[in-house]
Design a protein around this ligand. Structure first.
Ligand SMILES: *Cc1c(COP(=O)(O)O)cnc(C)c1O
Length: 372
């Protein structure tokens, strides 16, 4: 089994460097992520390029960089790649991303494996097999694998087992129909991590078994295939703690108290975007009795900018530091400068050392591309 870090979860160069050093591959969703991953130290040959809408420059750049795998996500990818690879001596290895028609119990914005998704080519309509044939006919491309990704925050092992079954069955069909030497089965990411205490998620051993058993026991000609997984959140989700300064508290008699902090949707849009739920503590008083149920409000000009709807805290005072754990995935990766807010600094704690791997933004950083 090979593990490819899904760079989009946290594309910070310094974080990628730690993961690259551990020997993982990288799964990138754009040419920009490919460049960031390369700076982190991942060789391009150990990267997979994803995307449902890859412009020509992205494909050309990735090919120039000698990307390991291009993941084909539709007819347009085959049409655009064809002219770019025609003269290749060594064909470009590609995967075909399929949609297996497996719906998982997660937020609709986080589902990607169903039929009604912008990602992947459906197996059930016959399109996936037709595209596989088209790839095999295209000079300069080598179809070496199949890929599917169910979506994010999957909390039980059952859909992974279904996914593995569907992929090996389809891979065997493609091999029989096209003679393509498929030997790689990529099962995406999506493993949930607990964001709050007591949350139930799939254990790693159960996860690995659910993916590997159908391949090893029922895989037929694909029994020895290399299984790829692409976790993002599973690797970095729990690795980061956001620190906010408490600005003040607004109490609405009989209704709710809002603890307002100096950040919010500009550095973590997930609660506003799809209802992600976090917990928090007052740093330095984590063990003080939690006396009040509060909402943690961000500073941005949107009513939806509430980082936590409900959490029990000791009475928060202006100047306190509020610590919000498990913010490593898709928080800074989706950060914006809304309200002209500079994005925060990032400190990496690694091997007992602390260092700044991204300095705090200044207003002039935000304006550097503008002219009047
Ligand atoms: C985003 C993504 C992942 C990673 O998802 P996580 O929920 O962070 O594990 C893996 N594969 C693909 C194709 C993705 O788009």
């Amino acid at each position: 089994m090979r593990v490819a870090y899904s760079v989009k979860a946290c594309p910070l160069i310094g974080v990628g460097a730690v993961i690259a050093r551990a020997g993982l591959d990288a799964s990138v969703a754009s040419f920009g992520e490919l460049l960031a991953a390369r700076r982190s130290g991942f060789p391009a040959s150990r990267m997979e390029l994803h995307g449902n809408a890859k412009p020509d420059e992205e494909l050309a750049g990735a090919l120039r960089s000698r990307v390991g795998r291009v993941v084909i996500d539709g007819a347009h990818d085959i049409e655009r790649l064809g002219p770019l690879v025609r003269k290749r001596v060594q064909p470009q290895p590609v995967w075909l991303r399929v949609s297996p028609g497996i719906a998982v119990d997660t937020h609709p914005h986080l589902r990607t494996g169903g039929l009604d998704s912008k990602f992947g080519v459906p197996i059930s309509t016959g399109d996936a097999l037709a595209y596989a044939r088209e790839i095999v006919r295209t000079k300069g491309l080598a179809l070496v694998g199949l890929h599917a990704h169910l979506g994010a925050e999957v909390r039980d092992a059952r859909p992974y087992r279904e996914l593995a079954r569907a992929l090996v069955a389809f891979a065997n069909e493609v091999r029989a129909a096209t003679k393509a030497p498929i030997a790689e089965i990529a099962m995406g990411g999506g493993l949930a991590v607990p964001l709050r205490s007591g949350e139930e998620v799939v254990g790693l051993a159960d996860y690995a078994r659910a993916l590997a058993e159908p391949v090893r026991k029922e895989g037929g000609a694909l029994r020895g295939a290399t299984i790829y997984v692409e976790p993002g959140r599973g690797i970095v989700g729990r690795a980061a703690v956001a620190l906010y300064r408490v600005i003040g508290t607004k109490r609405v008699e009989g209704l709710r108290a809002f603890v307002a902090v100096d950040g919010g949707m500009g550095d973590n849009i997930r609660p506003a975007l799809y209802g992600a739920e976090y917990t928090a503590a007052i740093a330095g008083r984590a063990n003080a009795p939690a006396t009040e149920e509060v909402a943690v409000a961000g500073k941005f000009c949107e009513s939806g900018d509430v980082l936590i709807r409900s959490v029990k805290l000791p009475s928060a005072r202006a100047g306190d530091v509020l610590a919000m754990p498990s913010v490593g995935a898709y928080s800074l990766a989706m950060a914006s400068n809304y309200n002209q807010a500079p994005r925060p600094a990032v400190v990496l704690l690694d091997g007992g050392r602390a260092r700044v791997i991204r300095r705090r933004e200044r207003p002039e950083d935000i304006w550097r591309l503008e002219r009047r």
